[in-house]
Structures are given as structure tokens and as C-alpha cells.
Design a binder for this molecule. Sequence first.
Ligand code: MN
Length: 493
Amino acid sequence: MVSPQIRSKYQVTIGIECHVQLKTATKLFAAVGNDAREAEPNTLVSPICFGLPGTLPVLNKEAVHLAIRAAFALNTEPQRFSTFERKHYFYPDLPMGYQITQLHQPIVVGGFVEPEVDDQPFKVRINRVQIEADAGKSTHPTGKDYSLVDLNRAGTPLLEIVSEADMHSAAEAKAYAHELYLRMRYADVSDCNLYYGNMRFDVNVSVSMTAVLGTRTETKNINSFRAVEKTVEYEVSRQIEVLEKGEKVSQETRGWDDAKQRTFKQRTKEDAEDYRYMPDPDLPPIELTNAQIEAIKSEMPVLPDEWRHRLQSLGLDKAAMELLLEAELDDAEVYYLALIEEVILEKEFAKQLANWFVNIEVPLRRDDSLTPNAAITNQGRLALYRATAELIGADKLSSSNAKTLITKVLTTDKQVPVIEDYAKQHNLIQESNVSAVEAITKNVIAENPKAVEDVKNGEMKAIGFLVGQVMKHSQGRANPQLAQTLIKQQLGL
Ligand code: MN
């Protein structure tokens, strides 16, 4: 381990390349299904995926469409003119002997995102985004003297999003990776399913004591945000140790071993010239018109930044906002943000609704042991919350009983009931009748001489205890404000 003193002498520089799988129905250049998740090996293939002689690629229009959406999600616009190149390398899962990608004129140049670490925003510029075809998959069965090649993934459309080296800590790298995830999900560019490799990160890390960047390593194909963070931490320590020993960091490609929580060397890094890039003679350039770009811009959904802006206007804290942004992606059928949006002009109710989502409904839906009521529609949920807010406003429901009520309704296998009747049936209506509450406060005062003594001696905290006892005796139904007023009266305060 490197000591913090030594660590602080070094500046860390990080750039990230992210591959996201585009949400198209078919492959980038072939009319073959794209969903390789559960498919038997080599069932989603055509002669184009094998690169058989005489086949010609035809560009999937939908992939271009999604790349344009990605440009908007990265705060920029697509290039009007972009080209395809061949990147040559030899590997069994690449039968064509080259990958089709974009080198000289990619579809997106520039853009930026602004994630946060500890509430501090930092800017990460995007260098470029290129459309490219994925390779197949090789597996090496243990104990066997052969390898297996599955070409289902060969030709799957990817976007490679290349950042500038604008990150300087593991936390920033993780926050950036997560921000890309949110944006690509909200823009509906990709499912970003990390488990299925829909989104993978190549993390470039270097350290230096001077303004001149150090030699970097690239750790490839990381498939979790946590592993992005861990990779940076590990590489920073490892590289500093190498340098402190007077040795040199070698430019190489590494992998992440999640079980051992460390990176390991895979191969010495190639230089660009090793790939013998050349223009792809089979593919014309992509030429976009302003009208095409405007048409796609006009159909863009609300993106995370705009949601944050709207939620912030309600006075929600950042943690709550981020939880809502994330939860919105949990279940395509259950809306949170759209419902808040519907009532956003009723500021107080909108904020209350957001807080109920954060504190009650999201945890409830994420709790595997609870089964939410599937019969409740989004509009039914809104009606439940509105009726609950009205009961609170009319002093008929305490906030703790509101939680009980909401939880009961959301997990009961019925339609949304008439809320006030339901609250009555379940003894949740708040008791604001003075004589009824007074009867309880009198008992509580009689039963708790010590606390009463404390209150009389000026220890006002003890009042809270007495009110708590009243709530307990009334099964949570007594109006706590009223209880406190009555206790003070009865003690002559
Ligand atoms: Mn790539």
C-alpha cells in the first residue's frame, strides 16, 4: 500500500472509453436479430456476420438514429458527415479480419457531461463518439484443448463514447460512468444492462508528479460502476509503487479480476498504426440533413439534467433527486417523475409526493419480500397520494399513519379504495376531539410522574416523551399537536 503522503505527490489522470450496445432490433449491417442474451450460440448469424465473400454490409438506419439521440444526450449535435473505417486485427471471433468502426470522421465530436462527487459538479468533455460493430465471443473451456467461438454478438451495433482525460479520482471515474448510464437510459439509446455487457468501460489511468502525463494503462471491459472505481484505486497504487521503486510503468492493456479485486496484465498495448486503418470501400459516408437532425431532436425525452432542474425547483435534496432518477428506471410500468411532473405546479403537493416516493414507495417496491398491488395504475397511485395529502391537510391523518395507509394500499391486492373510508376502517384517522385526547393525556400524566417532574423542572425534551406515550396509547391516532397543547395546559405551563 502507498502511504497518503506519497500518494499526494502524484496527480492522477483518467480517461474512459465506454461501449454501449444500441437498442436496435437487428445488427449494424445485417438483418439478423440483435438480442444475444439467451440465444443458443451461432443462431443469430448471417453470411455478413461471417464476412463471406460476396456479402455487402447495409447500414442499419435505426443505429444512426440512436447515435443522433446519444449526441443530444451528451449536450451536443451529431456531425453532418461521418465515415466508416476498417480496423484490422486477427482474432478467431472476428472472421472478417477487421472491425468496422469510425476513425477519421466519427458521428459525434465534442459534447460534455457534468456529474457530481460530494455535491461538487465537475465537467468531463467528450472527445468523440463512434458507431462500430461488436466482435463475436470466444470461450476457452477449462481442461479442453480447443476454444469455442460464438458469433451471435458479431456485428451488434455499438457506440464507443470516448471521454477526454478530465477525471482525477476513482470517485470521479465512477460518477462519470454512472452519469453516462443515466443519460443513455433516459435517451433510450441502450438498455445499458451491465450484466449482459450492454455497457462496458475501458479505463485509462496514469499518474505523474509533473505536468507531463505519465504512461497510462488501459483496463478493459469493466462491467460495473464499483469495478470502475476499484480499478482506478488499484491502478493508481500499483503505478505509484512501480515509480517509487524507480521503475517505469509500461503501456499495456489490463483486465479487472473481480474475485481478486485487482487488475492484471493482458498484453502490451498496440499503437494505432498496428491496426492498418483504411476507409471501408463497401460503406458510403453517413450524410445527415438539418431536417433529419431537427426531427430527432424534437422527439427527445426529458433528460436527467432537465429532471434535476425541475426537481430542484421543488426544494428536494440531491440524494432524493438521484434516487428518483434511478428508481424511474426500475420498472417501465411504474412512473415517479411523470407523476410529479403532472402536479408540479402544486408545489407543496409535488414535493410531498416526491418525498413519499423516496421514503415509502421506492423502498417498498425494491423490497423483495413485499408484493406491490399490481392492480394499481399510475393514475390510481396519484389518486391515493392526493387523497392522503387531503386527509393530512384536514388534520384527519398524522404523517406516520399516512405512511401506514400508503403502504397498506400499495401492498393490498385490490383496486385503490376510497381513501378516507379505508383509513377509518383501519383506525388510522387522527383523533382531534379535545375530550377524547384529554382523557388520554390525563392518564399519561398520572402514569409518568418522573417525566412530569422533569418537564416542570424545565426539561422540555420530556414533553416529547409524554406526547410519544399519548401516541402509543392511542395507537398512533391522537393529534400530536393537540396532545402537546393539552399536556402543557394540564401541567400549568
Ligand atoms: Mn471500440
